[in-house]
Write a protein that binds this ligand. Structure first.
Ligand SMILES: [Mn+2]
Length: 315
């Protein structure tokens, strides 16, 4: 066996050409070994460019690198939901995994609620793997690897980053560090809350979520969490923002959304968030890549219109 040529894999994926199944097996195994060593709370330093949901919109991911810079010249923090919904989940997660393996200290991948066996069987990634590789093997390699992804990142000891949001079971960030994260995302409990919860600007405390998993959390929850943990800001993804981002609670929480024209029909903008060395935050807003304007083929996994109307609240 010769060594794995990651640069060649990355070059091939930038051209949107699929990697061989045997290569993906090796890449996922090596990535699991790498992720195993990461804490449930990874500490990093600015400058870093933070990316929200991508959902298999591969051409828009290429646009992100055009706007934000290529690895390893720009440090990236991806906040999860790499797969499902879009047409190119396989290419998207293949490229991000190769970049993580090639530049482990410059690329951080956080787990989203879609990095799960259960969710990907319903929302497209499983079907796409079967269609592109003829079996579920590639889906198995990636979903086994998803169990190793970290749950959160802290930038410069002051910005707490997570896919969804806060949990009534987590008062101190140190409580995240002792969770057993190497498993499928559970239906409830602190690990589920971190990937499923959403802020509710009209509330003060925790409340039930209409998603059926996680909670909504209000201004007092955010204020207390930041104070107790000595943090200044919460940064998360998980919710479609028509302007590409949303800032809440007197600048204490931001949502970054990086899938423009979500599902190729929502008409929304997207953004990447550049966090500077002094902690300054700048949202770089962008529109869909020209290639993404193509409509999906009829009968694809994207769902019906009713599904899309509910997207803002349910996925
Ligand atoms: Mn999500």
């Amino acid at each position: 066996m010769t060594g794995l040529d990651l640069d060649a894999c990355i070059e091939q994926l930038y051209q949107k050409r699929l990697l061989a199944e045997s290569l993906l097996k090796e890449i996922c195994e090596k990535t699991k070994e790498l992720l195993l060593k990461e804490s449930n709370v990874v500490h990093i330093k600015a400058p870093v460019t933070v990316i929200g949901d991508i959902h298999g919109q591969f051409y828009d991911l290429l646009e992100i690198f055009k706007i934000g810079g290529y690895c390893p010249h720009t440090n990236y923090l991806f906040l999860g939901d790499y797969v499902d919904r879009g047409l190119s989940s396989v290419e998207t997660i293949s490229l991000l995994t190769c970049l993580k393996l090639r530049y482990p200290d410059r690329v951080q991948l956080v787990r989203g609620n879609h990095e799960s066996r259960a969710v990907t069987q319903t929302y497209g990634f499983y079907t796409e793997c079967i269609r592109k590789y003829g079996s579920a093997s590639v889906w198995t390699y990636f979903t086994n690897m998803f169990d190793f992804l970290t749950l959160s990142v802290v930038i410069d000891d002051s910005i707490f980053c997570v896919h969804g949001g806060l949990s009534p079971s987590i008062k101190f960030i140190d409580q995240i560090k002792v969770l057993d994260r190497f498993r499928e995302i559970p239906h409830e409990g602190p690990m589920a809350d971190l990937v499923w919860s959403d802020p509710d600007p009209d509330k003060e405390e925790f409340a039930m979520s209409a998603r059926g998993a996680g909670y909504t959390f209000g201004s007092q929850v955010v204020k207390k969490f930041l104070h107790i943990n000595g943090m200044s800001h919460i940064l998360r993804a998980h919710q479609l923002c028509m302007e590409g981002y949303q800032v809440l609670y007197d600048d204490q929480l931001s949502t970054v959304w990086s899938a423009p024209n979500y599902c190729y029909r929502c008409g929304n903008l997207a953004s990447v968030l550049e966090v500077g060395e002094q902690g300054q935050r700048f949202f770089n807003v962008f529109d869909a890549a020209p290639e993404s304007d193509r409509l999906p083929p009829p009968g694809s996994q994207l769902g019906n219109n009713k599904d899309i109307v509910q997207v803002q609240y349910f996925l």
